[in-house]
Ligand binder design. Structure first.
Ligand code: NI
Length: 168
């Protein structure tokens, strides 16, 4: 177990499409534990396989530090509404940009025991699902952003003094 190196933008692995996870084994369980460790260590709220160099369809998400989710072979089966907010990514550290995502998604995936489950998510959790699942298709958020990516601290509205957005 341990913290893995997070691949950064420019690494070709981040733009490749991942293959499904076919079965659970010890190697994959260790990978998932390492992904949680790596994500928490980097103060992120989500991390996908390719970000640690593994081209498999799996990701981990924990948007509040209390609800860790593992998604294996996930798909969004319903979506509705819209939210526009700043998004960041552990693979593009220190940067962010406005991205519009659905406000609500319904996800179908397998859990760590390869058991199917469904999850309804709103707000940041819905955004995190969209962002992480995009990684599994080699899609990085700048290609969906409404503006060029820019440093997190360079807010246009200084008075609001917003906290930096969570990195996904
Ligand atoms: Ni990301």
């Amino acid at each position: 177990m341990g913290i893995r190196k997070i691949r950064e933008e420019g690494d070709p692995i981040l733009t490749k499409k991942c293959r499904p996870v076919e079965k659970m084994n010890l190697r994959t369980k260790v990978l998932i534990q390492d992904m949680f460790e790596t994500m928490y260590h980097a103060y992120g709220v989500g991390l996908a396989g390719p970000q640690v160099g593994v081209l498999r369809r799996l990701c981990v998400i924990d948007v509040d530090g209390e609800h860790p989710y593992v998604f294996i072979n996930p798909e969004i089966i319903e979506q509705s509404g819209e939210q526009t907010g700043e998004e960041g990514c552990l693979s593009i550290p220190g940067m962010c940009a406005l991205v519009t995502r659905p406000e609500h998604v319904k996800v179908r995936a397998l859990d760590i025991n390869m058991e199917p489950f469904e999850l309804e998510a709103d707000g940041l959790l819905a955004r995190a699902c969209c962002h992480e699942f995009d990684h599994l298709d080699g899609i990085m958020y700048p290609s969906r952003a409404l503006e060029p990516i820019h440093p997190v601290d360079q807010g246009e509205d200084e008075e609001e003094d917003e906290a930096p957005e969570d990195e996904l």
